[in-house]
Design a protein around this ligand. Structure first.
Ligand code: MN3
Length: 198
């Protein structure tokens, strides 16, 4: 199997009270594990072994929906776990903060844009902070398991931060209150990890 389910660098209960342990356990050990397994099956069926996920995404429109959906599911969740952590939250600093200010005016304005991107994504999908090819930052959202590395994405670039707004990411604890989940997310963002991606 070429793609592996990554371990979390923290316990399932580490993000409480913002994201509950039961949601984290099911999300990682069931949902993410299934995307990873199904991606490996689809990659093998398509004869794409040896390619990186990024290489596959660059021409994802030429492959089956199984590649697009499960590849995105595998990759997007790996980013999502890595940009969250305990003892996190607060604001970015340094060059990342300067780029955020330059692109959006202020950190508060960025928070509003990103939160709105997640709240208004109809159905299932993700909100993103993206570093575009010219180096500038943008906020976007994608449907389903699409991501900004895919040739089908409206806003393309390197994903710096993402937020899963599928119901499976919040329904046990927040039920239909997606905006409350999005507000809580700001308390678990590990800005050091986001800065490292930047
Ligand atoms: Mn998910």
């Amino acid at each position: 199997m070429s793609f592996k389910l990554p371990d979390l660098s923290y316990d399932y209960n580490a993000l409480e009270p913002y994201i509950d342990a039961r949601t984290m356990e099911i999300h990682h050990s069931k949902h993410h594990a299934a995307y990873t397994n199904n991606f490996n099956v689809a990659v093998e069926a398509a004869g794409l072994e040896g390619k990186t996920a990024e290489e596959i995404f660059a021409t994802v429109s030429s492959y089956s929906p199984a590649i697009r959906n499960n590849g995105g599911g595998f990759y997007n969740h790996a980013i999502f776990w890595s940009v969250m952590g305990p003892n996190a939250g607060g604001e970015p600093t340094g060059a990342l903060l300067e780029s955020i200010n330059s692109a959006f005016g202020s950190f508060e304005e960025f928070k509003k844009l990103f939160s709105t991107a997640g709240a208004t994504r109809f159905g299932s999908g993700w909100a993103w902070l993206v570093k575009q090819a010219d180096g500038s930052l943008a906020v976007s959202s994608t449907p389903n398991q699409d991501n900004p590395l895919m040739d089908v994405a409206e806003v393309k670039g390197t994903p710096l931060l993402n937020l899963d707004v599928w119901e499976h990411a919040y329904y046990l604890h927040y039920q239909n209150r997606r905006p409350d989940y999005i507000q809580a997310f700001w308390n678990v963002i590990d800005w050091k990890q986001v800065a490292a991606r930047f």
